[in-house]
Write a protein that binds this ligand. Structure first.
Ligand code: SF4
Length: 317
């Protein structure tokens, strides 16, 4: 397996793309980062590779048209205390980790001030608040990526959540199993999911069928055997997955690995990601074609997150 390059420059050199892409690379505060497994799925000598496009910091990021913001989904408006984001009725999001195994250039939290949110001290206060709120039934672990925590830290956090009587469901939003399945294979955590009274739901974030490999298939099979419900959400990204063939293949590949397509998100308008935007007209057209080609259970809901709204807004009412 290819060694993970430390920089975007060394990656494009390894891929034989120096001449094609060197001039377009930029330095970014949201630095280049990608794990070994993800890198290994990228084709050599293909400047249009859909996985490569998700991780390369390029000049287009310096273009931030009107409407592109550092907090496009209003996280700060719904952040009652560090580590907690409470937007929707009955469920609350806990920022479990300040880190991810990969830096996706379209990430809506690329400007989020994680340093003042995701540590053990914040968790304890957040868990106390969750315990005292009888309206909650679901805790969502997010980040950063919760699976980037050490196994011990993740397990401890989940066990603490399990002690909160009114919580029935633990949901984990993560891209680690897709981009670094070797890191996400956590035996003790899987043993816990087999035994826990909680419903454990994992929402994996895969955007393209090329991200799903033999290794991810083996990992998801272990999750399923441990009783974890597997769903996927994708972001519709220009130049990455804005074609019917790619979206159709993604749904089939997800299902082959035991995962149901859940959401197809329109891009959150975060500063630095405008080059990924797909127009609503095309998004609706692609979704209509998916409905024509796939059984209903393989068609993700096409949605957009609008700051302040009480749920994700469907593009098709
Ligand atoms: S893994 Fe998720 S949270 Fe992390 S950079 Fe990618 S999109 Fe953002």
């Amino acid at each position: 397996m290819r060694k993970p390059p430390a920089t975007a420059q060394s990656l494009i050199a390894d891929l034989g793309l120096q001449d094609a892409l060197q001039q377009d690379l930029i330095e970014s505060a949201f630095a280049f980062k990608a794990p070994r497994h993800f890198i290994a799925q990228i084709q050599t000598a293909d400047a249009e590779d859909p996985l490569l496009k998700q991780i390369l910091p390029i000049q287009a990021e310096n273009h931030s048209p009107e409407g592109y913001l550092t907090d496009p989904v209003g996280d700060h408006l719904k952040n009652p205390q560090p580590a907690l984001i409470h937007k929707y009725h009955g469920r609350v999001l806990l920022i479990a980790s300040p880190k991810c195994d990969i830096h996706c250039r379209y990430c809506f939290r690329r400007h989020f001030p994680y340093e003042s949110h995701a540590n053990q001290r914040h968790w304890q206060k957040a868990l106390a608040t969750i315990s005292n709120d009888r309206t909650l039934h679901e805790v969502i672990l997010s980040g950063g990526d919760p699976m980037s925590l050490s196994e011990n830290a993740l397990l401890k956090l989940c066990q603490q959540i399990e002690t909160i009587e009114q919580i029935t469901t633990l949901r984990v939003h993560t891209r680690t199993p897709v981009v670094a399945p070797d890191k996400a294979a956590q035996n003790q955590w899987l043993a816990w999911t087999r035994e826990t009274r909680l419903n454990v739901v994992m929402v994996v974030h895969s955007n393209h069928g090329n991200e799903l490999s033999k290794e991810t298939g083996e990992l998801f099979s272990r999750y399923r055997q441990a009783g974890v419900t597997l769903l996927n959400q994708s972001v519709l990204l220009k130049g990455v997955n804005d074609s019917i063939e790619i979206l159709e293949e993604l749904s089939h590949k997800l299902f082959a690995q035991g995962i149901l397509p859940y959401y197809l998100h329109q891009l959150d308008k975060v500063s630095g990601a405008s080059h990924f935007e797909v127009e609503d007209r095309l998004a609706l057209n692609l979704h209509e074609q998916l409905r024509q080609r796939l059984p209903g259970y393989l068609v993700p809901k096409l949605v957009r997150e609008i700051a302040g709204e009480p749920y994700k807004t469907p593009l098709i009412p």
